[in-house]
Design a protein around this ligand. Structure first.
Ligand code: SF4
Length: 650
């Protein structure tokens, strides 16, 4: 793609914060898009036929701050029961708009659209059954497929128009139709085109109460698809509001980090009118995460942030990930995975056993270090050496003023951290690698010039701008345009916040850069969390951006009224037995209707296929059908073993 033409077109500006302007869509009494706040929503996990259970759960979502509640309507019966749920909620004083979630069942959608304020359709399965067939369509056959969709979809559009019901056309990366897959492949462009087939029908019928989404479990695919959506909407003169979400994000820290990386990256550029964080947890737990993500952008400090120099030439392709080309210096840059740097705390300074928290476990009897998959690469010690020897894979960083006064042995085995003026004037440097701490403000021509000639320099890039990620991105763009290939470590400090804010905000700031191929390492710090968590979050961000894999990846659906087993309990059980399988992707999906389509690129799938029954997948292939839940986890482990992906826990 020609980046000079496309750069900046997916948002208002890459350097100055403002919301991308969309049209206002009426959804009951809570309008979406335009200047309205970024709305928060979640989805119930109860059986939709259980009126009381669904009402109670909806209330918990609303009380937590949810502004819309989505409820699944897998068949006409559930669609009809939405009326009872709505009436009960209204009776109890809650007028929050309700959204019906539809897959495969146009007849349920047509009932629901007369009852609730919004329906969500999946263009991959509204008019198509997924068979994973690769069909070559000639132009006239493709056109007749579009005519078939028009016939199936138009009645719903007309009902929505008549009843003033809004509609989300929500593409999922994992459930594109065979038609779209055959023509566009499993790509962001295919995702956008999948929605546009339906949008064009709406526009022909003069219906515009539309919201669009491009969800994926892979954060890179998700971000690229949303950017492409905006770009293509601009091209076609559309401005529909955008619903942001990462599908099947999982639970706990991993689910939160993955959601922040995907959703936060887009929010940073002003994209997004409503957010749903999908966690395999109770739905009301999703709400604080979504609020945490969104609240950063409503503060006046964000829109009045310190100015960032404009970009004249943008070398980044926002629709295609490519890692920035850098020198390899020690173990940083080049083809190395991004490194993790931590600041040593008092515990580490006083006792070697405290390194166990960050993946280095010393065995007294064997006199050996056991090194975990998520163990940092460098530790910053400032002006204090340790009284014990570190494992060989953990290197020390000292302030230059301290490092320069040490004996030759210590100088050789550690690395100095320079301030800009020290770097410009130093007589002595480490012959292998030197860290240079800089922000956008400390980069005069003289420094750029010196860095460009120094293959041993690693920049530690910081920012105190309220709009920090774009400021850091601006420096990366400058480095690329000047052909400077020094590796860069993204460095952010979060003071006086809480643990959850630290996790969400650091995942947004660092993740947004890593997703665009920028950054050869991360160095995060906060006074609100223990070093164990800082380390875990650092590796979690690298995992969520798929730049350094150190854990098993779980792709688990948030569950809904279709779920056939206790998803949270099962996910915890599977995680307990498999979380040492670094790099293996395991999907845990509640139902066979959507699960297989939506488990994306998982290596193994554990999918509910009937009451008390599980079907196991290897990739996209069914391996064991309808086995009993009691033996299903053991069978899954057997399948992983048969395929050579199992290792025994050490
Ligand atoms: S995969 Fe999970 S969230 Fe999606 S429809 Fe099935 S049970 Fe519901």
């Amino acid at each position: 793609m020609n980046t000079e033409i496309i750069s900046g077109k997916y948002c208002n500006s890459l350097t100055s914060y403002s919301r991308y302007n969309t049209r206002v869509v009426k959804i009951g009494n809570v309008p979406l898009g335009g200047n309205n706040p970024i709305r928060i929503q979640s989805m119930t996990t109860t059986d939709t036929m259980d009126t009381q259970g669904t009402v109670e759960q909806s209330i918990r979502i609303i009380e937590a701050g949810g502004e819309y509640v989505r409820i699944t309507a897998p068949s006409i019966n559930e669609a009809k029961n939405l009326e009872n749920i709505k009436n009960e909620l209204r009776k109890r004083g809650y007028d929050t708009p309700l959204i019906a979630d539809i897959h495969f069942t146009p007849n349920a959608a047509e009932v629901a659209a007369r009852i609730v304020e919004k329906v969500r359709v999946n263009p991959g399965n509204y008019a198509d059954k997924k068979k994973f067939n690769v069909i070559e369509y000639k132009e006239d056959a493709y056109q007749s497929e579009l005519d078939r969709i028009r016939q199936k979809f138009s009645p719903l559009v007309k009902i929505c128009k008549e009843y003033g019901t809004a509609m989300r056309i929500g593409t999922n990366h994992g459930s594109l139709s065979d038609r779209i897959m055959s023509r566009f492949g499993d790509t962001p462009l295919g995702m956008v085109e999948s929605a546009f087939e339906f949008v064009r029908i709406c526009e022909d019928l003069n219906y515009h109460e539309i919201v669009l989404s491009m969800k994926a479990s892979n954060t890179k695919v998700m971000v690229e698809a949303y950017r492409l959506l905006i770009y293509k909407m601009e091209e076609e003169g559309m401005n529909y509001p955008v619903h942001l979400g990462v599908t099947e994000a999982g639970d706990g820290e991993d689910g939160r980090i993955k959601s922040a990386v995907g959703i936060g990256t887009l929010l940073e550029d002003g994209i997004g009118d409503t957010v749903r964080v999908s966690l395999t947890e109770e739905p009301e737990y999703e709400i604080p995460v979504a609020i945490n993500l969104v609240k950063r952008y409503s503060k006046s400090e964000r829109s009045s942030h310190k100015p960032i120099p404009e970009i004249t030439v943008n070398p980044l392709d926002p629709f295609d990930f490519k890692r920035r080309d850098t020198y390899e210096t020690d173990r940083i840059g080049g083809h190395n995975v991004p490194v993790v740097i931590l600041t040593a705390d008092e515990k580490i300074k006083s006792d070697h056993t405290s390194l166990k928290r960050i993946g280095y476990n010393y065995s007294e009897s064997l006199d050996k270090w056991n090194i975990g998959d998520a163990a940092p690469d460098y530790i910053y010690l400032g002006k204090d050496d340790l009284h014990y020897k570190l494992p060989g894979t953990l290197k020390k960083i000292f302030d230059y003023s301290y490092w320069v006064k040490q004996n030759d042995d210590l100088k050789k085995e550690s690395f100095p951290l320079f301030k800009p003026e020290e770097y410009l004037n130093a007589d002595l440097k480490n012959s292998r690698m030197n860290f240079l701490n800089v922000s956008i403000e400390d980069l005069p021509e003289e420094l750029y010039d010196k860095i460009s000639k120094d293959e041993k320099c690693v920049m530690i890039l910081t920012s105190d701008n309220e709009h920090a990620m774009p400021e850091l991105r601006r420096v990366f763009i400058e480095l690329i345009n000047r052909n400077i290939k020094s590796p860069v470590v993204i460095c952010r400090e979060y003071l006086n916040t809480d643990e959850e804010n630290f996790m969400i905000h650091s995942a947004t700031d660092a993740g947004a850069l890593l997703i665009d191929g920028l950054g050869d390492g991360i160095w995060l710090d906060t006074n609100s969390s223990d070093l164990k968590n800082i380390n875990s979050i650092s590796f979690g961000i690298l995992q969520a951006t798929r730049t350094r894999i150190s854990r098993t990846e779980y792709i688990s659906c948030p569950s809904c009224g279709r779920t056939l087993f206790d998803l949270q309990e099962t996910t915890a059980m599977i995680r307990k037995r498999t979380d040492h399988l670094k790099g293996v992707k395991i999907a845990i999906m509640g139902c066979i209707v959507n699960g297989p389509g939506e488990m994306a690129d998982a290596d193994y799938g554990y999918v509910g296929s009937g009451p008390g029954k599980i079907t196991l997948y290897k990739g996209r292939d069914v391996v064991k059908k309808s086995i009993n839940t009691e033996i299903a986890v053991d069978e899954l482990i057997g399948l992983i073993k048969d395929n050579g992906d199992w290792i025994e826990q050490s």
